[in-house]
Design a protein around this ligand. Structure first.
Ligand code: ZN
Length: 467
């Protein structure tokens, strides 16, 4: 492979690289270049992420902590000079965890580290005991006869490894998303899975799962990756040593109830309020074990700082709407409520930052054929930040995903997720995991996107606002 490339280089010199460049990208207005430079040195995003994680801490969906976070957000967004700051409330199917533990009772008694998955049924405080039956994948569990599972504690592993784009999360997330429903349908007593993550620390990765309609909720938890590997070894040693059954005592105490939540919305009014707004944001809620730093204090901080920077360069043509979505983690409740209220109104574009604070490396957009030139301008404007042009027919985002899927225009900035799943949904999702320079590159990227989409900036220059 290496020799082929060397020969190719010798034969074609630099022409080989030139041909790989995308179609000629348009020139970038100097005001956008200046904004990008300012954003790379701007402190607001990093400060916001610090303040959210420090002054609010964990903010699980529907809890008093999330309500406190909304009040805090309203005050901070007003203090930052945003207009029309308000909360759109909604009710969710809430869930909270209580005491949780997992112990192998026989044949090799020992403690394992576990966390309940969202919407897990409760074992009650006395816990349950059952025989463990192991599967190497969700597919293997699906294929097993019900008789192999009935009345047992199902254990499902998987082979997720790290990738830059985080694509392993979709495929290898099956044991968490569908595993509990499959196990329940087959009559399992409970399910424990290998955490959906890429680290090797004894930190369990939580995350939501939703029982399929008509499925009886059962206790469902995630073992840390070292503990899942230990359980795999325990099962195989027990099988080798005379086929002894492995039994586990599992305690996952939790509560489910309707709970209040809401989206926090703020705007930079555009010069022409009749034009559809550009929406960017992240989600304010977080899992309960860490302080929700990379998921998703970073996202709200990045997009809010970006919007604030654009405002400091002058009033944009189009309104910029910031949304700090509520209750993303337990089921995209905030995104769905926003869609219910505003999904029929046109938006100029939707974008969300919800993949940590790793550097942006690719831009995708889905603005429609007539706006392809705008997509190319985005590509050109982002290239100096090391961001490669991606698709012009595709964009992604968690809370905004359903609206983009329903036909609203969107922009997606792909972040480097190589290390994201080391910390995602664990007690280790804390502020120290955010790299300041990486976060500032994100702010610069989103400020660029907003400056391109919200219309000419700098045409009404004014002194940068006090931020
Ligand atoms: Zn998130």
């Amino acid at each position: 492979m290496i020799r082929t490339i060397a020969l190719l280089l010798a034969a074609t010199s630099t022409a080989a690289f030139a041909q790989e460049a995308p179609p000629l990208l348009p020139p970038v207005p100097p005001a956008i270049v200046a904004l990008q430079h300012a954003a790379l040195a701007d402190e607001l995003g990093y400060k916001l992420a610090e303040d959210i994680t420090t002054e609010l801490g964990p903010r699980l969906d529907g809890t008093p902590a999330e309500a406190r976070a909304r009040d805090w957000a309203v005050a901070r967004l007003r203090a930052l000079g945003f207009a029309n700051v308000h909360v759109e409330p909604f009710t969710i199917d809430g869930w909270t965890r209580g005491p949780e533990s997992a112990d192998v009772v026989a044949p090799y008694p020992q403690h394992l580290v576990i966390a309940a998955l969202g919407n897990s049924a409760s074992t009650g405080s006395r816990g349950i005991t059952g025989q463990v039956v192991g599967f190497g994948s969700e597919q293997a569990l699906e294929a097993a006869p019900d008789s192999a599972v009935r009345g047992k504690i199902v254990f499902v592993s998987h082979a997720m490894t790290r990738t830059q784009d985080g694509s392993g999360y979709g495929f290898f997330g099956g044991p968490r998303r569908q595993g509990p429903s499959v196990a329940s349908r087959k009559g399992a007593l409970a399910i424990v899975i290998r955490s959906i993550g890429t680290d090797h620390h004894r930190n369990p990765h939580s995350g939501v799962q939703t029982f399929a309609p008509g499925t009886r909720p059962i206790p469902a938890g995630a073992l840390t990756i070292p503990d899942a590997e230990q359980l795999q070894r325990i099962l195989s040693h027990a099988a080798q040593n005379g086929g002894q059954p492995v039994t586990m005592h599992l305690t996952l105490v939790s509560q489910s109830a309707q709970a209040p939540s809401g989206n926090v919305i703020a705007e930079i009014p555009g010069r022409d309020p009749s034009l559809p707004p550009v929406l960017v944001g992240g989600h304010l809620d977080s899992w309960d074990q860490g302080t929700g730093a990379i998921d998703d204090a970073a996202g709200v901080a990045i997009t809010t700082a970006a919007a604030s920077l654009v405002r400091s360069m002058g009033q944009p043509l189009r309104t910029i709407r910031i949304v700090w979505f509520g209750s993303e983690e337990l089921g995209l409740f905030g995104g769905l409520d926003y869609q219910k209220r505003h999904g029929n109104q046109p938006h100029y574009a939707l974008g969300e930052s919800d993949f940590g604070s790793g550097r942006v490396w690719k831009v995708n957009s889905k603005l429609g054929k007539p706006r392809e030139a705008e997509g190319r301008l985005l590509q050109a404007a982002l290239a100096p930040l090391g961001i490669v042009p991606g698709s012009l027919e595709d964009a992604e985002g968690s809370d905004v995903g359903p609206m983009i899927a329903a036909g609203q225009p969107g922009v997606g900035l792909s972040q480097d997720g190589t290390y994201y799943f080391d910390y995602h949904h664990t007690p280790d999702d804390t502020f120290d995991k955010i790299d300041k320079a990486d976060l500032q590159q994100n702010v610069a990227a989103w400020a660029t996107v907003l400056a391109v989409l919200a219309g000419p900036i700098g045409s009404e220059p004014k002194r940068p606002a006090q931020r």
